[in-house]
Design a protein around this ligand. Structure first.
Ligand code: BT5
Length: 320
């Protein structure tokens, strides 16, 4: 814990009561001038801190900012997010996490940004990342083969969808393979990248972008935001923490028991299954009825000819 974290910890202990600068200074073994400087730093981060000449300091408000002080506050994970690198702005959290992983960063390291300048989607597409969203990437080092990686995206989608539902009460659904949608509009995208040898994954980067209160004018057509759908303020900090907790849970379950342990939950949250869909995949355009997701995470489609086809990756449009 750095001094800022320790001061916040003391404020938490005192709750609604004031704590004197002298007491903080004694507890932390640093000068009162230094405490005062740290209080100023915390204020500049958006913390409301009341100062009374006779009583001392009192915390009056916490900012909804994606900063380690807030993200680590009551974060209930064992390894995911124990090391958080937080930025006001980055090109792409996935790119930064990838470089860190190449340099040996531990499993569970999280890179998070309040804004991205070059947010990435799949296949070279862009991810609009203005301030108001949650953009985070997790370094995972699973003991799996490269062909299993597609399932990590599905597992992550269950985790994020559950977090969105818990934090907002909005009935978010999963669109195979990597979208979370609300009323047909995209609110979140997942980009899983990996470094692998022939039959072994070196590391994975699970990148998640969620629109929370981004200005709608800065988002592409077909996008929506959580605050727009929920009709009120949504805490980005609570959402990000819940995503980390759920990701740790579901990825842990996947590592132990495989995709079959999560497949039913995926089906329950799926917007795709049983719908008529058009899929753009490497074989071209395919149309039919989405039947299921199989044990490999492939989408199974009943073609109009009556044959079933398995698709491992592609873009789905749900026909209305
Ligand atoms: C995705 O790609 O949906 C994966 C997006 C992953 C973004 C995260 S943010 C943190 C991490 N760091 C990164 O650099 N990336 C990850 P794809 O399925 O290819 O969808 C891309 C398409 O979604 C675009 O072509 C647009 O049509 C649409 N789109 C772009 N920005 C959007 C947004 N903010 N909200 C909704 N739709 C968007």
């Amino acid at each position: 814990m750095n001094i800022d974290d320790k001061i916040l910890h003391i404020f938490k202990k005192y709750g609604a009561a004031y704590v004197s600068g002298e007491d903080i200074s004694r507890e932390l073994g640093v000068s009162r001038t230094s405490i005062w400087k740290h209080i100023e730093t915390l204020r500049s981060l958006g913390y409301g801190i009341d100062a009374s000449p006779h009583l001392g300091y009192k915390l009056t408000g916490r900012p909804d900012r994606l900063i380690p002080e807030e993200l680590k506050n009551n974060l209930r994970t064992k390894f995911l997010g124990k090391n958080i690198l937080a930025y006001a702005s980055l090109d792409s959290t996935n790119d930064t996490a990838y470089k860190l992983a190449e340099d040996g960063a531990k499993e569970g390291t999280v890179v998070i940004a309040e804004k991205q300048k070059k947010g990435k989607g799949r296949q070279g597409r862009a991810w609009s990342s203005p301030r108001g969203g949650v953009y985070l990437s997790c370094i995972i080092r699973p003991d799996i083969e490269p062909r299993e990686v597609a399932k990590i995206t599905l597992v992550s989608a269950v985790a994020v969808c559950a977090s969105i539902r818990k934090t907002t009460d909005v009935p978010a659904m999963i669109k195979w393979p990597n979208d979370i949608i609300i009323n047909g509009k995209k609110v979140c995208g997942i980009l899983t990248e990996m470094k692998a040898e022939q039959d072994k994954v070196n590391f994975l980067i699970v990148g998640i972008g969620i629109n929370v209160d981004n200005p709608p004018a800065l988002l592409p057509k077909g996008a929506t935001t959580l605050s727009g759908e929920a009709g009120g303020d949504i805490s980005k900090v609570d959402l990000a923490k819940s995503v980390l907790e759920n990701l740790e849970h579901y990825i842990g379950l996947f590592k132990k028991e495989g995709f079959r342990a999560i497949r039913d939950e995926w089906r329950d949250l799926s917007e795709t299954i049983s719908r008529r869909v058009k899929v753009q995949c490497h074989e071209g355009k395919i149309e039919g009825q989405a039947l299921d997701v199989d044990a490999d995470g492939a989408l199974v489609i009943r073609l109009d000819s009556g044959f079933n086809k398995r698709i491992l990756s592609g873009d789905v449009v749900i026909a209305h």
